[in-house]
Ligand binder design. Structure first.
Ligand SMILES: *[C@@H]1O[C@H](CO)[C@@H](O)[C@H](O)[C@H]1NC(C)=O
Ligand SMILES: *[C@@H]1O[C@H](CO)[C@@H](O)[C@H](O)[C@H]1NC(C)=O
Ligand SMILES: *[C@@H]1O[C@H](CO)[C@@H](O)[C@H](O)[C@H]1NC(C)=O
Ligand SMILES: *[C@@H]1O[C@H](CO)[C@@H](O)[C@H](O)[C@H]1NC(C)=O
Ligand SMILES: *[C@@H]1O[C@H](CO)[C@@H](O)[C@H](O)[C@H]1NC(C)=O
Ligand SMILES: *[C@@H]1O[C@H](CO)[C@@H](O)[C@H](O)[C@H]1NC(C)=O
Length: 858
């Protein structure tokens, strides 16, 4: 389970280095000499067990090449860059050799007695050595009484005429002749193998029987009297006729597993002239006890009636990657033992009630990657043993046909809602659909046996109140990544969706636009061990919000500013890369924690970076010194400033008393005068403004110069006495040392209007977008349009609409565009001023004013 968890959360635990040994060296037991420019066998100690000599310039191996190496078990000497000759009894001094690899050599000369003396050899690799038929015909392998596996693939063997000594190779189990050019194989040639049981006989890509006309009367059964566990005749370009003739010819020979992949049987899509296999094609296999038949990667278009009628013992039928579009009635007739049916990656568009008739033992049907849009209700009802149905990547819109199964794959379909869930499954896979309402999630969680529910890449976002909390005691894994749960939870409802999931161990909430975690969301998840919150927009994790049992947390790619290490107390693994740390003194506890924690931090330390202040942008938290932030230092400076403050206050107080007593009369006159002046300036009737600023200008710091010249200089009081607005902007008014988010929030709540200057830079600036969202949330709570959006530069609607928060705004409200013509600027500024001055009560009227520059988006 722990492994699974790690795997699920993408934890890669680095194993130690695989090879401790460097090239061209020898450690007493193993010699590792790849690419060492050797021209002859190196002299190694008699303790050597493995000797790897591939990729050198060795030209010859003779009886004396090797010293006596009694311990040597593995010798690899393949891929020499020069032609190789192998002399008589070349390996005589290696009496205990188990594996000999000579593959990919250009063997110019191979003595017929080259392998003599290797009585313990189990495996001989002679692939791609340019060998001809002679190697089989002339007894090169005689006396290799232990030989199990002989690899002769990729040679120039044209005929499999075997030397009689093969008869004596009693251990032989596996022969590989793939990628030779063997056009014909008849009964006489393999005679020495008769009576043997082989686990593997490979004739893949040999062009066997292709393009030759075989007289089967004469040729007879090449595998007569043999038992083959796996016979691989794939990639030979067999048509229906060849396959039919071959299966007739080998009638009676046992073949548990027949591999016929990459065939050319079938008419394909849109052709009629080539035959699909029919009931005669495999009828010759009736007495061969075929258990597995692999017909994947071909052109079968139609599964004809009674196609497999003789294959009574077949358990696994693979028809993947054909062009199957039609399943005839009784196509699977006779497959009484079939357990796994694989029709994935075909062209099925619909399924009918009768399609799977006769499959009375089938347990697993794989129908992935077809185009199935509709399935008749009774299609799977009578398959009593069926427990797994894979319908991923089809075009389903409803699921009423699903019978009671244990495992259901429905990912990658077009499901919008699941009105009548009536499953008894313990595994449901529904990712990449179009589910939108959390009602479906609540319903699925009611499936009491459910252990794993996969719902990532849907559109879960809407929530109507009044759901019954699920209380599922079996659910262990819940995958909800790549939905839009933020939208659901920000309504204030559906916060109880995880109530009662007391056995949940792994929860994925990645990529859900979350900018907060509803309080108590995880309070019932007492067994939770792994949680992914990757790629959300969380700025804080409050203590106690995560379950105490949590071991693995992925909170990378969020907006965490200054996390509290206490939150991570229970963890073993943590990924906190790609956040937006504010590298100021507040962060020093976290940085210290990072340096000494026992929690394994995932991801690269170089991705735990400062986002702010700008001078530290991109700097790793590990390389930051927080010495100046020591508490003692802080305390010292605090004491000092208190002292100064006290002294100054005392002095001022004494001075005031002195002045007041000495110049009492004069003071009174001054006071009166001042009162009069003030009252005149502020005639009664104007309500005091509760805002500190008239407007908060939010823009990207990269635009500062421009904004200053174009707007601030003409509007802000501090730039000119003629201006009348108290504006707020980051560069001047944000409190240094304060949390950036806090600053933004303060600016938003203390300003009457918020003016977002949306430029290209703005759209790339996370803080700006963040501020925009906050401003919008104030609009919601004030029920007013305090947010004014001014688009600067030639941004297309598409560019604006890409950003979710901005999209929401422009769909509902009007926005301003900075005028292109300089002449209009003065006028624009006047209009903008009016907008700033406008009180919220006048909002309705406001909407009626039509500016030439206002664009309305519908
Ligand atoms: C083998 O020879 C090549 C070319 O002479 C040389 O670059 C390479 O370093 C040599 N390798 C060893 C392991 O000596
Ligand atoms: C290895 O060689 C040493 C002498 O060179 C000899 O004493 C020892 O018996 C040999 N060991 C084996 C296993 O042959
Ligand atoms: C199949 O066998 C029949 C009878 O031996 C023969 O006439 C026919 O040519 C064979 N077809 C192929 C493609 O080998
Ligand atoms: C069906 O075949 C496809 C393609 O070879 C493979 O990916 C899939 O795992 C198979 N399904 C089963 C159940 O073996
Ligand atoms: C990390 O801890 C070590 C001692 O464990 C200390 O020497 C080092 O200065 C610390 N680094 C930081 C950045 O705190
Ligand atoms: C880390 O583990 C060591 C030994 O297991 C322990 O002594 C130390 O207190 C642990 N440190 C923390 C921060 O938990």
């Amino acid at each position: 389970m722990a492994d699974r968890l790690d795997l699920l959360l993408g934890v890669v635990l680095m194993a130690g280095p695989v090879f401790g040994i460097s090239s061209c060296s020898f450690d007493g037991h193993m010699g590792f000499f790849h690419f060492c420019n050797l021209t002859k066998i190196p002299q190694v100690l008699n303790t050597t067990e493995k000797l790897l000599l591939s990729f050198n310039y060795i030209r010859a191996i003779t009886t004396t090449s090797f010293p006596r190496l009694e311990q040597l078990q593995l010798l690899e000497i393949g891929g020499q860059f020069t032609p190789l000759t192998v002399d008589k009894e070349a390996f005589r001094n290696l009496p205990n050799l188990r594996i000999l690899d000579l593959g990919k050599n250009q063997i110019d000369f191979l003595h017929p007695d080259a392998f003599q003396g290797l009585f313990h050899l189990l495996e001989l690799r002679l692939f791609a050595c340019g060998l001809s038929d002679a190697v089989l015909r002339d007894g090169y392998f005689r006396n290799l009484i232990s030989l199990i596996h002989l690899d002769l693939s990729y040679n120039q063997i044209g005929s499999l005429y075997l030397h009689s000594s093969f008869q004596e190779l009693n251990s032989l189990k596996s022969l590989d002749f793939s990628f030779n050019q063997i056009s014909i194989l008849c009964e006489g040639e393999l005679k020495p193998l008769q009576g043997k049981m082989l686990s593997l006989f490979r004739l893949k890509a040999t062009n066997l029987y292709k393009g030759v006309s075989v007289d089967w009367e004469k040729c007879m059964n090449p595998f007569r009297n043999m038992w083959l566990e796996t016979l691989d005749v794939s990639e030979n370009g067999w048509t229906v006729a060849i396959t039919g003739n071959f299966s007739n010819a080998i009638r009676g020979s046992q073949t548990s597993s027949l591999i016929l992949t990459y065939h050319i049987m079938g008419s394909g899509f849109g052709f009629q002239n080539i035959k699909d296999p029919d009931e005669n094609t495999f009828s010759g296999l009736d007495r061969s006890s075929v258990v597995r038949l692999d017909l994947s990667h071909g052109y079968i278009f139609s599964l004809n009636p009674r196609l497999f009628k003789t294959l009574k013992e077949l358990k696994l039928l693979n028809l993947a990657y054909n062009k199957i579009n039609r399943i005839a009635d009784k196509a699977f007739y006779g497959l009484e033992s079939l357990q796994i049916l694989n029709i994935s990656c075909n062209l099925l568009g619909e399924l009918y009630n009768s399609n799977f008739d006769g499959l009375r033992s089938v347990a697993y049907i794989d129908l992935q990657k077809n185009h199935i849009g509709i399935i008749q209700d009774q299609t799977f009802r009578f398959l009593k043993e069926l427990h797994t149905l894979d319908l991923r990547d089809n075009a389903l819109k409803t699921i009423s046909f699903i019978p009671n199964l244990l495992t259901i794959f429905l990912g990658g379909n077009k499901l919008v809602t699941l009105p009548n869930v009536n499953f008894k499954a313990n595994y449901i896979h529904l990712s990449e659909n179009r589910l939108e309402n959390l009602a479906d999630l609540y319903r699925l969680l009611q499936v009491s046996q459910l252990q794993t529910l996969i719902l990532n890449q849907n559109r879960l976002s809407s929530c109507n109140p009044n759901h019954t909390p699920p209380g599922n005691h079996n659910l262990k894994h819940l995958l909800l990544g790549e939905n839009m749960l933020q939208l659901a939870w920000e309504t204030g409802f559906c916060w109880d969706v995880f109530k009662g999931l007391s056995h949940l161990q792994v929860l994925y909430l990645n990529n859900n636009y979350l900018n907060f975690l509803p309080p108590g969301l995880f309070s019932d998840l007492t067994a939770l061990r792994g949680l992914s919150l990757n790629s959300n927009r969380l700025t804080v994790l409050s203590p106690g919000s995560l379950p105490a049992s949590l071991e693995v947390l992925d909170i990378s790619r969020n907006h965490l500013l200054s996390p509290d290490p206490g939150v991570f107390a229970s963890l073993n693994f943590l990924d906190i890369t790609h956040n937006e740390f504010i590298c100021e003194c507040e962060l020093s506890t976290f940085i210290r924690w990072l340096n000494q924690t026992n929690v394994t931090l995932l991801g690269s330390p170089a991705d735990i970076n400062c986002m702010y202040p700008n001078s530290l942008l991109g700097v790793s938290l590990y390389s930051i010194s927080m010495e100046d932030c020591d508490e003692e230092e802080v305390l010292k400076s605090l004491k000092f400033s208190l002292f100064i403050l006290f002294t100054v206050t005392l002095t001022m107080f004494l001075m005031t008393i002195l002045i007041v007593t000495k110049f009492r009369g004069f003071c009174f006159i001054c006071y009166k005068a001042a009162q009069r002046l003030l009252c005149n300036d502020h005639p009664q009737g104007i309500e005091p403004d509760r805002y500190r600023y008239d407007a908060y200008f939010c823009f990207s710091s990269k635009d500062f110069e421009w904004v200053q010249n174009a707007l601030l200089k003409h509007l802000d009081t501090q730039y000119s006495d003629q201006n009348r607005f108290h504006l707020c902007f980051e560069e001047r008014d944000f409190l240094p040392g304060e949390n950036h988010i806090t600053n933004i929030q303060a600016a938003i709540w203390n300003s009457r209007k918020i003016i977002c200057l949306v430029s290209r830079h703005f759209l790339r600036d996370g803080w700006c977008l963040e501020a925009f969202s906050y401003a919008q949330s104030r609009c919601l709570s004030d029920l007013s349009s305090v947010l004014i959006m001014v688009v600067i530069g030639s941004l297309s609607q598409y560019q604006l609409m890409k950003h979710q928060s901005i999209r929401g705004f422009v769909q509902k409200q009007q926005y301003l565009r900075w005028p292109e013509d300089v002449q209009d600027v003065g006028w624009f500024l006047k209009k903008l001023s009016q907008h700033i001055l406008k009180k919220e009560k006048e909002k309705k009227e406001n909407n009626r004013i039509q500016l030439q520059t206002i664009a309305t988006i519908t």
